[in-house]
Write a protein that binds this ligand. Structure first.
Ligand code: NAD
Length: 348
């Protein structure tokens, strides 16, 4: 089978612990080049995963490597410049979440992608997790009726990542943009990706830089000035054009029980994703159905194969195309803007 030739950009945690492991199992994509600002890191990953070509910058990789696509696994501040350079070089783009740090960056990415006519997919692996796929199938079959309310939480009690994640100029923000994006997307996807029209939110800068002992952290690459200027928690409410509403809470640190939860409520039935339960009625009585799906161990592989399949056939109609990615970025930015301005943000 023809395989999409991939150049990996950024050889850190998500590349080495998720994407590169997934490529080993992929039927239609193969990493043939890798680059990182830290050349030694790129070399180490290349050795570990048997990649032949190693570069110190994306520019060099785009110029010299025989690749069809890039897989962007850099810090968030690298997503826009790398995507734009790759699209201009005619390469398809798979980009880790979040799309960018701002809507403005996202729009520049869209302009480059549309101009080049390349395939784009935003990597948000929960769309390829079995619970979400199953619930989305039910949504499409009309089993929930009109989905008019959702509530989604990504609560860490103590889970601030280290390094660049807390440096706003590198990350674009804290838990809202980092982990909130996964849960907001899970709910939004199961609501049928309606158009957001009004957003009200608050973010907090309280206890994220804690000294608590015995708690684990996602290890981001250290940043030079060890900056911590991101929020440590955020809450918000998004209203959609179809009248639906979503409540959101996301934290790296909050004195609350840890929680990963997404609830959707429709006129015919509701559901939670974690655990996978359907709340409905059967023959006039309440029903609560626990559904068993396969363990979620291959969502990165499924996502990469989906991207590669579209890129190989020149289709731009991926599960997470650039226009949806921009709408998501608008919701995230509106949460920050609402918090900063102390008022509801109306989206065009
Ligand atoms: N899908 C998920 O569940 C998930 C989980 C964690 C992180 N992520 C995302 O993955 C991305 C990377 O996170 P990470 O935890 O792997 O970070 P990391 O710090 O471990 O690795 C990032 C690597 O990118 C390199 N890099 C940065 N800018 C670059 C550029 N312009 N060109 C080349 N290399 C560059 C860095 O030197 C570093 O080695 C982020 O966007 C993050 O939001 C996604």
């Amino acid at each position: 089978m023809e395989k999409l030739k991939i150049g990996i950009v950024g050889a850190g945690n998500i590349a080495c612990n998720a994407h590169l492991k997934a490529y080993k199992e992929c039927r239609n994509a193969v990493p043939v080049a890798i680059c990182d600002l830290d050349f030694d890191r790129a070399k180490k990953a290349a050795e570990e995963f048997g990649i032949s070509a190693t570069y110190a910058s994306v520019e060099e990789m785009l110029e010299k490597a025989d690749i069809d696509a890039v897989d962007i696994c850099t810090w968030n501040n690298g997503h826009a410049p790398v995507c734009i350079a790759a699209a201009k070089a005619g390469k398809h783009v798979l980009c880790e979440k979040p799309l960018a740090m701002t809507v403005e960056e996202g729009l520049a990415m869209k302009a480059a992608i549309d101009e080049a006519g390349v395939t784009f997919h935003l990597a948000v692996p929960s769309r390829f997790g079995y619970p979400n796929m199953y619930l989305r199938e039910l949504y499409e079959a009309g089993e929930f009726g009109e989905v008019y309310y959702a509530k989604t939480s990504a609560i860490r009690r103590r889970g601030t990542p280290t390094g660049w994640f807390t440096d706003k100029k590198t990350s674009g923000g804290g838990p809202v943009i980092d982990i909130g994006v996964h849960r907001i997307d899970a709910a939004w996807y199961l609501m049928g990706t309606p158009k957001p029209v009004r957003v009200s939110a608050n973010v907090f800068y309280k206890i994220g830089d804690y000294q608590t002992k015995g708690v684990g952290r996602w290890q981001g690459t250290p940043c030079p000035d060890n900056q911590f200027d991101c929020e440590d928690a955020g809450v918000g409410i998004i209203h959609f054009e179809n009248g639906a509403t979503m409540l959101i809470e996301a934290s790296w640190a909050l004195n609350a029980p840890p929680k990963e939860e997404t609830l959707i409520c429709g006129t015919k039935a509701g559901a939670t994703v974690e655990p996978l339960v359907i709340f409905g009625e059967r023959a006039g009585h309440l029903s609560t159905d626990e559904i068993t799906v396969f363990p979620q161990n291959d969502k990165f592989k499924l996502e990469i194969e989906h991207f590669a399949e579209h890129a190989l056939k020149g289709s731009r109609d991926t599960k997470y195309p650039i226009d949806q990615a921009i709408t998501m970025q608008r919701m995230l930015q509106a949460m920050y803007d609402s918090a900063a301005q102390g008022k509801e943000i109306v989206l065009e």
